[in-house]
Design a binder for this molecule. Structure first.
Ligand code: PGA
Length: 257
């Protein structure tokens, strides 16, 4: 399935990170597919070796698939890298760029993230741009400055038209994998800030901004009820089909309100 990027419905995307095996994935994919169809968009971003498996399982379903990273280069002598065209060749419609784990552990700068974002959208992929501050930055009052720098670098590289071809995910680093979720109000404030920063009012109004960081079935509804939270990027809870489906149901229910 390809996500309809022109409609700002709710969207739930799983980020499997470096988890899974072919056997575990078979069970997880079957569990996801067993869920009732839902009005909220849905996708999963899996480790590269399992893209074939995701494609074979999800083709024809209403669940999109994609990767967690890509190269900023189109092709060439880049050992170990994966291009946007290769992802398209495997039927991907999504790719995460600038996840905080890559920024922190792989030293990805905002400039490099912007180049990856550009490579993704030029190939026709929906790029999910992750932004977010560390605990130290939040406590130092630097949340907006940090998020603005991460967002503006991409905006400058691709313009508002380019931003319109992606999705933003606000993921406070202190909430990722910690069980400590941002409160709906804390998340809403940053989401509204991000939307307000997109110069063009039409693009801003149509932009999907996901929240990520310890989203679970139990806290999804209150987050998705916020006016600027258009769904979630889900790590740990995306590895459990019941949790993941509960989050997707919460997104659908929020759309019907
Ligand atoms: P988490 O991860 O849901 O496990 O906190 C979210 C993410 O890193 O995208």
């Amino acid at each position: 399935m390809t996500l309809d990027i022109d409609v700002r419905g709710k969207l739930v995307v799983g980020n499997w990170k470096m988890h899974g095996s072919t056997a575990e994935n078979d069970a997880l994919l079957a569990g996801i597919l067993a869920g009732a169809s839902s009005s909220a968009g849905c996708g999963i971003c899996v480790p590269f070796p399992y893209l074939f498996q995701a494609r074979d399982a999800l083709r024809g379903s209403d669940v999109a698939w994609g990767a967690q990273n890509l190269s900023e280069h189109p092709k060439g002598a880049y050992t170990g890298e994966i291009s946007a065209a290769m992802l398209c060749d495997l039927g991907c419609s999504l790719v995460i760029v600038g996840h905080s784990e890559r920024r922190a552990l792989e030293g990805e700068s905002s400039g490099r993230v912007a180049a990856k974002y550009r490579a993704a959208i030029e190939a026709g992929l929906t790029a999910i741009l992750c932004v977010g501050e560390t605990l130290e930055q939040r406590e130092g009052g630097a949340t907006e400055r940090v998020v603005a720098e991460q967002l503006d670098t991409v905006l400058e590289a691709v313009g508002v038209e380019g931003i319109a071809r992606g999705v933003v995910a606000y993921e406070p680093v202190w909430a990722i994998g910690t069980g400590r979720t941002a409160t709906p109000r804390q998340a809403q404030d940053v989401h509204a800030f991000i939307r307000g920063r997109i110069g063009d009012p039409d693009v801003a109004a149509g932009l999907r901004i996901l929240y990520g960081g310890s989203v679970k079935g139990a806290n999804a509804a209150e987050l998705f009820a916020m006016p600027d939270i258009d769904g979630g990027l889900i790590g740990g809870a995306s590895l459990d089909p019941r949790e993941f489906l509960a989050i997707r149901s919460a997104a659908s229910a929020a759309m019907e309100r």
